[in-house]
Design a protein. Structure first.
Length: 262
């Protein structure tokens, strides 16, 4: 039960949606630096190519990309088929791609619900469904395949910002992940969620530019998340140490959701 055995992801095949930027990029780096083969996917081919170049310079593992616009339903199957052609199996699926929409309650549009729920919830189910045969191909009794869904503490608490569709989609994702854990566990696949607090990302940039000090004051640990925090959690869930974790929602937030407001 040494550390290399418990936490190794060497030679595992990982698919990370939105893996070129933000939290997805942090996770991608953690896997590549520990010997995994990482496929990153997003609609921004240029960003994917640049990320792969930078990640491959780190050594140990390797990074490749498959361009897919997950706002488009047909790209889900294309992504699964291309990955199947290249590898024929998948050890870890990380559903990280996400969208947000902030607007006041009185003007919050129907279009926001369609856009955010499609990407944050519906496409997660559809992509997971599409790659399930690949996950089954990689699974063993001692080392099941893994689904890691990147959720949010805004799906656990009431957010202060007017992001109605986002917080509802993440709460739905957390429960979908538990439902998948029940359905897919017997097929050798675990499903867990990381409910992330604030990290440096494109989605959080504007908020952090204005309110970083205020946000950090509200976190018991006194800082926002780092790449080591989220990558390390994913590595634990993907290695032998995380093989019996199934149906969990892990708040990775420095204690934000348990911070007393009184």
């Amino acid at each position: 039960m040494d550390i290399p055995t418990l936490f190794s992801v060497k030679d595992k095949i990982i698919l990370i949606t939105g893996g070129a930027k933000g939290i997805g990029r942090m996770i991608s780096q953690g896997f590549v630096q520990n010997g995994a083969t990482v496929y990153i996917s997003s609609r921004d081919a240029k960003a994917c190519a640049q990320a792969c170049t930078e990640l491959n310079a780190l050594g140990q593992g390797r990074a490749e990309y498959i361009t897919a616009d997950l706002y488009k339903e047909e790209d889900v199957q294309k992504l699964a088929e291309e990955l199947g052609k290249r590898e024929g199996k998948l050890h870890v699926l990380i559903n990280n791609s996400g969208s947000n929409w902030g607007e006041s309650y009185d003007t919050y549009p129907a279009a926001a619900w369609d856009r955010v729920l499609n990407l944050n919830l519906k496409r997660v189910f559809q992509l997971t469904q599409a790659v399930t045969p690949l996950l089954e191909s990689a699974s063993t009794k001692a080392d099941p395949s893994r689904i890691i869904n990147i959720g949010s503490i805004d799906g656990l608490r009431v957010p202060s910002l007017s992001t109605f569709a986002y917080s509802a989609s993440k709460a739905g994702l957390h429960h979908l992940s538990r439902v998948l854990a029940s359905h897919l566990g017997p097929r050798g696949i675990t499903s867990n969620t990381i409910a992330c607090g604030p990290f440096e990302s494109k989605m959080m940039k504007a908020t952090l530019d204005l309110y970083k000090d205020v946000i950090e004051e509200g976190i018991p640990m006194g800082r926002i998340g780092s790449k080591e925090d989220v990558a390390g959690t994913c590595l634990w869930l993907s290695g032998r140490a995380g093989a019996w974790v199934n149906g969990a929602t892990i708040a990775l937030d420095g204690g934000t959701v348990v911070q007393s407001k009184l």
